[in-house]
Structures are given as C-alpha cells and as structure tokens.
Design a protein around this ligand. Structure first.
Ligand code: SDX
Length: 427
C-alpha cells in the first residue's frame, strides 16, 4: 500500500495507508501527533475510522448492508434472528449441528435472577421502559460476578450468551411493569421471538397463542436492527469496553446512547410525528418545516449519516408493514397511508433529493410495532433488544484485539490560557 504525504508548515510526513476488503482506503494517523505535533479534527467522526472490524459493512451509496458479507435483505427473508446472532458472533452461518447447540444455550439463560423482580419495583410505574431497561442491564453485573472477568474468553462467552438470552425478558418485564400486569416467565418450548411476544402479551388469566405472522414480522425486525457498523451506540459500547468495564455495564452504556431521538429514539419520534401530521393534506406543512433552517423540526425516520441512497432496512420494513397490516386487515391504516404519501412527496422534493435524505430503518418500524399492540414507549427498547447482539459482537471483537487500548480522544482547545487565581474581593 502506498503512503499518504502530508505537508504543512515546514513538515512533510509520510503516513501509511491501509486498504479494506471493501470500502474506502484509510490513512493511518496513529503516529501523526508524535511525528507532526498536530491532531486531526473530526468531532462527528464523519471521516474517521475508529477501529478495524470484520462484522458489518454498509455501502451508503449502493444502499447495501452486509452482516459478515451476507446482504440484509437475504437474511431478513431466508434466515431468522438467532441464526443471525450466531453469524454476527462467530462470523459464519451455523451448520444445523452448530445451531442445535447454540439455540438451547440461549434458551436456558432466558430467566432472570428472582431478586431482579424487586429491582423493577424501585421504578415508578410510569417510568419510560428505556430507563428501566438501561438500569436493569447495568444491574445484571451485580448478579453475575462469575462472568465479568473480560480477560477470560470463557467468561466473555458466558456473559454474551446471558445478555442475548435475557434481554427479551428484561424488555418484556419493563413493558409489563409499565402497564401494571404481572411478569410472565419465559417458556423454553417457544422460539426466541415467540417467547418475547408471549412474555409481552400473555396474561395468567387466559391462554395466549403467539400469532406466527406477528412472530415472523417481529423476528424480521430483530434481524434488521441487529448491527450497523460503528453507529453512535456501538461506538459507545466500544469506548466503554476499552476501559475494561464489565460487559453488562458496556451494553447498558449502549442502551443509554441508543435512547436519543437522533438515533434509536427516532422510531418512537417518527410514529409520533406521523400521528401529529394525521392526514395526507397536512404533509406539505411538515415538509416545509423540515426544510426551514429556522425550524428545529426534522422529518423523523429520514436521513442517515452513511446511507446517501435508500436504507435497505427501510425497504424490507416497508414491505413487512404492507404484509403485516394487510394480514391484520388494517392495510388502510391512516398512519401507514400518511407515511407512504410523506415518503413519496419527500423523495420528489429537490431539498431531500439534493441532501440525499431517504427513509431510514425507523420510518416504518413504528407502524408495524404499533399494529402489533406495542405502545410507542416500547419501540426503542425493542431496538435495543435487537441491537444487543451487535453491541456484543463488536465488544468481543474489540476486547479480543491484542492491539486495542483505551479510547482517549484529544481536542481542539479554545478556552482560557494560563491565568492566576483572583480572590473574590478583587473580582
Ligand atoms: C439510526 O448510525 C447509524 O447507523 C444509526 C442507525 C443504526 O442502525 O444504528 O442507522 C439507526 O439512528 C437511524 C437514524 C434515525 N434518526 C432519525 O431519523 C432522526 C432524523 N434524522 C436526522 O437527525 C439526521 O438525518 C441524522 C442524525 C440521522 C444524520 O445526521 P447527519 O449525518 O449528521 O446529517 P446532518 O444532520 O449533517 O444533515 C445533513 C443535512 C443538514 O442540512 P444542511 O446543514 O446540510 O443544510 O440534511 C439535513 C440537515 O439539516 N437533514 C434533515 C434531516 N436529516 C438531515 N432535514 C430534514 N429532516 C431530516 N430528517
């Protein structure tokens, strides 16, 4: 690989370049400060690779998302979430024997320590479920001392399986707690996703049969959200993990970051926006607001740092919304109609075309989750449930990288230079 030559002031530096298997080349600037006495400046990491990874790749121009090389639309159609978990964690699609071993390892860790139920009761009933999920995930570290030594690969594996297995129970219990219904324990005879729906929607008073159509749609939503390169929450998990923090604390940090409306909170914000628009005739008013620089309003569920073409997950999600709502006999759902018309109008508007703003994964997901019976406060917790495996895969990759060190960015300091303290009577 050739070097990049950097000239500034009286200096001329040769910086090594590195090539990926796919995507842009990178300039290795690790020695830039030592050799050149300067930092680079990239506060939003728009042009900065924070790590080397072989898990997920996004081609923002082609609208392509690959998990270990496999395109997301094929996985959403042909695979299922636990198989995708195996792929993200271990790098290859499992053989039937490997899958037969993996699934029960997850299934047998779905229960929470009974003491956890009391932890939930410390929250107000009207606490946002994201607050509960974030707190409970962090609290897991107080229950599993036997799997917090991150230097032990076996303990890393146990902690990983435990979090993938328990996050549906944690999330379902946060929902049950918020609606004042009793916690429902996992049932091992159900598959991963059906178990989640069962824990959310069954009540002790009557038999509940999981609708296979909803379970398939939910499973597809989990797959679509499982991982996404070095997004904000994954970068948070990596940075937390780089200090040697225990895995439960790192994933709790990821949950906290995902909560923001610019990130995982956008699915709830998008549905609330579609409901606020209410009818197709009010769409132009909101399109105008989204284009008005003096108005902080943005079309939630639109735009993306990487995708400058359609988000392939949004395409699959839109097809799934049509299928699920059609099968539920609510294809004329007014919110879905507003979403489709908003997408059509926005994508023909020069502003959105010029800024390459397309619907992202959050634009249609809320419509499906709402149709399934989830309140919008559960949309981001469900995103966190699905993304847990991605966070774990990225965390494991970082921890097992012998060259990794604690993340410690520098800064462009623009504050006061040295000055002596002034006594209060002299100020
Ligand atoms: C997720 O990183 C990931 O991979 C995240 C994610 C994942 O799977 O982990 O994909 C999940 O977080 C999806 C994104 C969900 N967020 C939203 O839907 C919120 C609405 N979207 C925007 O906030 C925004 O598009 C971001 C945050 C998603 C991306 O922001 P960027 O890359 O920093 O882009 P930007 O804010 O610099 O916008 C570029 C231009 C700006 O105009 P100019 O300053 O150039 O004049 O586009 C405009 C923005 O004003 N713009 C929008 C817009 N998004 C960007 N204008 C109107 N509506 C929008 N939604």
């Amino acid at each position: 690989m050739t070097n990049a030559t950097l000239k500034f002031g009286d200096k001329e530096l040769e910086l090594p370049m590195m090539s990926p298997t796919v995507g842009p080349d990178v300039i290795d600037i690790q020695k830039l400060y030592a050799q050149g006495g300067v930092f680079t400046y990239d506060p939003g990491f728009t042009s900065t690779a924070s790590c080397q990874s072989n898990i997920t790749f996004i081609d923002g121009n082609k609208g392509e998302l690959l998990y270990r090389g496999y395109p997301i639309d094929q996985l959403a159609e042909k695979s299922h979430f636990l198989e995708v978990c195996y792929l993200l964690l271990y790098g290859e699609l499992p053989t039937s024997e490997q899958l037969s071993d993996f699934v029960p390892r997850v299934t047998r860790h779905t229960m929470l320590h009974e003491q956890m139920a009391y932890f939930y009761r410390g929250f107000r009933r009207d606490a946002p479920p994201m607050a509960v999920v974030c707190g409970v995930m962090g609290a897991l570290s107080s229950f599993y001392h036997d799997s917090t030594d991150i230097t032990d690969p076996e303990q890393r594996e146990i902690a990983s399986i435990r979090m993938i297995a328990k996050i549906p129970t944690i999330t379902a219990w946060a929902y049950k707690y918020s609606i004042g219904q009793p916690f429902v324990y996992p049932k091992n005879e159900l598959d991963y996703t059906s178990n989640f729906l069962h824990m959310c929607f069954s009540v002790p008073a009557e038999k509940y049969v999981v609708d296979p159509i909803l379970s398939r749609a939910m499973d597809r939503i989990f797959t679509l959200h499982a991982d996404h390169e070095q997004n904000a929450s994954t970068s948070t998990v990596r940075l937390a993990g780089s200090s040697g923090a225990n895995p439960f604390a790192c994933i709790a940090a990821g949950v906290a970051c995902l909560w923001g409306p610019a990130h995982g909170g956008a699915n709830e914000a998008a549905l609330n926006m579609l409901r606020e628009i209410g009818t197709v005739d009010r769409i132009p008013e909101y399109i105008a607001r989204a284009k008005d620089k003096s108005d902080p309003f943005r079309l939630m569920g639109f735009g993306h740092r990487v995708y400058k073409n359609f988000d392939p997950r949004a395409k699959v999600m839109k097809e799934s919304a049509d299928e699920v709502l059609g099968l539920m006999g609510i294809e004329n759902n007014p919110t879905l109609q507003v979403a489709k018309e908003l997408e059509r109008i926005a994508l023909s508007d020069p502003y959105f075309i010029e800024k390459k703003l397309y619907p992202n994964v959050d634009f249609y997901s809320g419509i499906i989750l709402d149709a399934m019976g989830f309140p919008s406060s559960m949309f981001t917790p469900i995103f966190a449930l699905a993304r847990t495996v991605g966070w774990i895969a990225q965390w494991k990759e970082m921890i097992s990288d012998p060259t990794q060190k604690i993340g410690r960015p520098r800064q462009l300091y623009t504050g006061a230079t040295f000055r002596d303290y002034v006594d209060v009577e002299k100020r």
